[in-house]
Each structure stands twice: as structure tokens, then as C-alpha cells.
Design a protein around this ligand. Structure first.
Ligand SMILES: [Zn+2]
Length: 191
């Protein structure tokens, strides 16, 4: 049995509000009122937060009586290659705090580095390295929005080896600095 992804309810809620496809396949959004379940990236109208339950396993959500959404088709695409990539992404989400070498990731997936990189690129158009950076920046964004920890604390908390690298990657992915991001999202919450 592989480990479940370690994301809080609030983090998963943020992903579905953003229609974030990076986490597709890692968890499912089940809507208690409609009995339908979706991928995180589903573009349908968002359910009310109180009506949402999250499942990690497609068999569990189906067993609980939910039907797959016709729009985002969360049950589709279960090829062995997609499964392997999903396993790798779950590993990245659960181990983002650690210093991860490509070899660690390949070992976890039980394949060679060469095969890992080629397959990962084919399925996601990214490398495991850039995907991990995105997961780290998502974590940082969540902490900037919801905690008072400093930028420096957050950069190490989410696994960056230096704060200058954190600032560089954050700006590239979010088009603003960590402090600007914090100010913007705080302002939105007050409104
Ligand atoms: Zn859907």
C-alpha cells in the first residue's frame, strides 16, 4: 500500500478553487449533495465547502456511492504509465521538505532515472525537478496566506536549500515576491 498524500482539507480546498491540475489523480472531490465526484482541476461550478468530502482512492469514493463527473471524467486515464507518474507525484507531495535527488525518486518508483525523466516529461510536460518546485511554491503560498512565519522560515520549511533560490523560483511561478503575495492574499481575505 502506498502512502496517502499529506495535504490538509484547507490545502485540498485551495487546489479545487484554483482548478489545479497538478494534483489530479492524487485526491477526489466528492460532493455530498449531488453524489458526484471530480478531479481537483474540474471546471464545473464549485460546490459549497460544507458539502465537500475528499477521497484519496478512486475505489473508496465509488464504494461510497459517488458517480464520476461527466465533465472532468476522474475515472478515465488509468494506464500503467499514468499510475507510475501518479506514484511519483504523490511521493513528491509527501517528501517536499527533504532534499530529494533524482535517484531517490527513481528508486521509489522502481525505475531508472532515464526512464523516469522520459516518462514523466511525456505525461506532464515537466521534469520531476520542476514539478517539485511547483509543489514547494504551492506549500509556501499556503503558509504565506495562512501563517505569520517569515519568508526565511517558510523557504526552509518547504524544502528550499537557500532563500535566494526560494525567491527566484517563487517569482518565476507566481509573478511576484513572497511578501507581495502575502500582502495581496491578506487583502483579499479582509475584503
Ligand atoms: Zn468534474
Amino acid at each position: 500500500m502506498e502512502a496517502r498524500i499529506k495535504l490538509s482539507f484547507e490545502e485540498m480546498w485551495e487546489k479545487i478553487i484554483d482548478c489545479d491540475s497538478k494534483y489530479d489523480g492524487l485526491f477526489f472531490t466528492a460532493v455530498k449533495t449531488t453524489k458526484i465526484f471530480c478531479r481537483p482541476s474540474c471546471k464545473s461550478r464549485k460546490p459549497k465547502k460544507v458539502n465537500v468530502e475528499f477521497y484519496y482512492d478512486i475505489h473508496e469514493v465509488e464504494k461510497a456511492g459517488f458517480r464520476a463527473c461527466k465533465r472532468c471524467q476522474p475515472q478515465a486515464n488509468h494506464s500503467p504509465n499514468k499510475e507510475l507518474v501518479r506514484t511519483v507525484i504523490a511521493f513528491l507531495v509527501n517528501h517536499y521538505k527533504q532534499k530529494l535527488e533524482l535517484q531517490d525518486i527513481a528508486d521509489h518508483a522502481g525505475v531508472s532515472i532515464f526512464y523516469l525523466e522520459r516518462l514523466f516529461k511525456k505525461e506532464t510536460s515537466e521534469t520531476p525537478r520542476t514539478y517539485l518546485e511547483k509543489i514547494r511554491v504551492d506549500k509556501a503560498a499556503h503558509l504565506l496566506k495562512n501563517t505569520d512565519r517569515t519568508n526565511l522560515e517558510i523557504s526552509y520549511e518547504v524544502g528550499f536549500q537557500s532563500s535566494s533560490n526560494f525567491y527566484k523560483v517563487f517569482r518565476r511561478l507566481k509573478n511576484c515576491s513572497p511578501s507581495e503575495y502575502r500582502n495581496q492574499t491578506r487583502k483579499e481575505m479582509v475584503q
